[in-house]
Design a protein around this ligand. Structure first.
Ligand SMILES: [Zn+2]
Length: 143
């Protein structure tokens, strides 16, 4: 059963890998024709790179897989709402669909009044509690 929940669980597994590396636990996967073509998790600490967000890496890896820069017929699943940078990158990719787990009221693109590419379908709130608990517990443990 290839539902949005099914794929969000895979993105959550990626977030779990980030957590084990003591990274902010955010995971992302890209699916094309029911096939996972990219998996990534946040690596900003490991790589000392503020641009190493899960989405940025997944976009690059999916484009490499497809051999083209546009992510048509692709869906990106991400556990936390993308930031302004990743929203911009998703715009350039012209990705078909973006599915978000938890909202990020502070840093997410939605409250900044930005939107994705006009061709991009947006779905929010898939496994929202699981996705937000992961990030919330991470920051709680840091205090
Ligand atoms: Zn980002």
């Amino acid at each position: 059963m290839f539902t949005d929940e099914y794929y969000m669980k895979l993105a959550l597994q990626e977030a779990q890998i980030a957590l084990e590396k003591d990274e902010v636990p955010i995971g992302c996967i890209i699916v094309s024709n029911n096939r996972v073509i990219a998996k990534a998790h946040n690596l900003t600490e490991t790589l000392n790179d503020v641009t190493a967000h899960a989405e940025m890496q997944a976009i690059t890896s999916a484009a490499n897989y497809l051999g083209g820069k546009y992510l048509q017929n692709c869906t990106l699943y991400v556990t936390l709402e993308p930031c302004v940078m990743c929203c911009g990158a998703l715009n350039w990719s012209q990705i078909s669909k973006v599915v978000i787990g938890a909202r990020d009221e502070q840093r997410g693109f939605i409250n900044k009044n930005l939107s994705l590419h006009p061709k991009t379908e947006l779905v929010t709130g898939v496994m929202e509690n699981e996705c937000s608990d992961l990030v919330r517990n991470f920051f709680k443990s840091k205090r």
